[in-house]
Design a protein around this ligand. Structure first.
Ligand SMILES: [Zn+2]
Ligand SMILES: [Zn+2]
Length: 343
């Protein structure tokens, strides 16, 4: 019997009787990170990393039973050894290492290997079977160095300010928004306003000691306030909404891995696209998967076949597995609206 398998409610470890990121309510849920498609409501108990706990609490509410462990700390779950290791995706994101009778599996959750000041760097964990995401599993996905992306954002902001416009930058409310705000911490280009969904999570990040640029909750400003020249950070669901009216003359931008693709920006009627992702790009995906030394690889999320083919050609037993996890960047702005915490 396989140590982990896909069951009706999600990825299941029968020997330890727990699920990893179940998409339905279960007794024992091990959570890789607090994004909506990985951390769902209703389970009797949750296990996550210590760094994940505050954001998971913000998502699940005060009644949820959450146990937090330090990265690398081993737990015995019915004879199965479970430990969490940094995934470098967002604050508190973990890979789940499961060991039983000498066999080691690692479920990556979402991950990236690029540096990010808002979370602990990805740790390469050796295993026999690796379950990897492949949100951006195509050779066309190669990220621009972060420093260059932030230079582009600052130049766009300065140009808008000179033209008397506000710059509205969309990024997923949990993780991407804070990465943007951390990247701008040393860039005094003017006041930074936030949408309530972003500001709520900023509190958790700041409480965790992550340095973000100073922000002002946009909803707290008096009617008729002049936002010209400022930067506004908001979730993608705010794009095209009436919430934007208060900012007057604006230029819009979106920070996402999807901005790598021609037409993605135009399709969303955005003025600018900035390629900034919290997932591995194609070269990093290949080197991470190879680095685990896994002889078997399961591929979830996004475009799975190219990676499966690439691994199979190298003698690795690879297969695509069906899942109900969707990359948070995967959805259109409208679809992720339900993920946001109301202001
Ligand atoms: Zn995620
Ligand atoms: Zn995901």
């Amino acid at each position: 019997m396989s140590l982990l398998r896909l069951a009706e409610r999600g990825l299941y470890c029968e020997a330890g009787d727990f699920y990893i990121d179940p998409w339905q309510a279960v007794d024992r849920a091990v959570i890789t990170h607090a994004h909506g498609d990985h951390a769902r409501w209703g389970s009797a108990s949750y296990l996550c990393s210590r760094e994940c706990e505050p954001v998971l609490r913000t998502r699940l509410g005060p009644a949820a039973s959450i146990r937090a462990v330090a990265y690398g700390e081993s737990l015995d779950m019915d004879g199965v050894r479970v430990s969490l290791h940094p995934a470098g995706h967002i604050l508190g994101s973990s890979q789940v290492r499961v060991e039983h009778r000498g066999e080691v599996w690692v479920a990556s959750g979402d991950y990236k290997t690029d540096p990010d000041p808002t979370c602990t760097p990805f740790e390469l964990v050796r295993c026999h079977t690796f379950i990897t995401e492949s949100t951006f599993g195509l050779p066309v996905y190669r990220w621009t160095p972060e420093r260059q992306v932030f230079d582009e954002i600052r130049a766009w902001w300065a140009a808008n300010r000179d033209a008397g416009r506000a710059s509205v930058l969309f990024g997923y409310a949990l993780g991407k928004a804070q990465r943007l705000l951390a990247g701008l911490a040393d860039a005094p280009v003017g006041p930074v306003y936030t949408h309530g969904a972003v500001e709520r999570l900023n509190r958790d990040y700041r409480a965790a000691g992550i340095r973000l640029v100073d922000t002002i909750y946009a909803g707290g400003m008096p009617r008729g306030h002049d936002f010209a020249g400022s930067l506004v950070v908001a979730p993608p669901s705010a794009a095209g909404s009436t919430w934007l009216r208060r900012f007057g003359n604006i230029s819009t931008g979106f920070a996402s891995g999807w901005m790598r693709i021609r037409g993605a920006r135009r399709r969303r009627s955005l003025d600018r696209g900035f390629v900034l992702s919290d997932h591995v790009d194609w070269p990093s995906l290949l080197s991470a998967v190879e680095g685990t030394g896994a002889e078997r690889v399961w591929v979830t999320h996004g475009t799975r076949e190219p990676l499966v083919r690439w691994l199979t050609e190298r003698g690795i037993d690879a297969s695509a597995i069906a899942s109900q996890w969707k990359g948070e960047d995967d959805a259109d702005p409208v679809e992720v609206a339900g993920e946001e915490i109301p202001a």
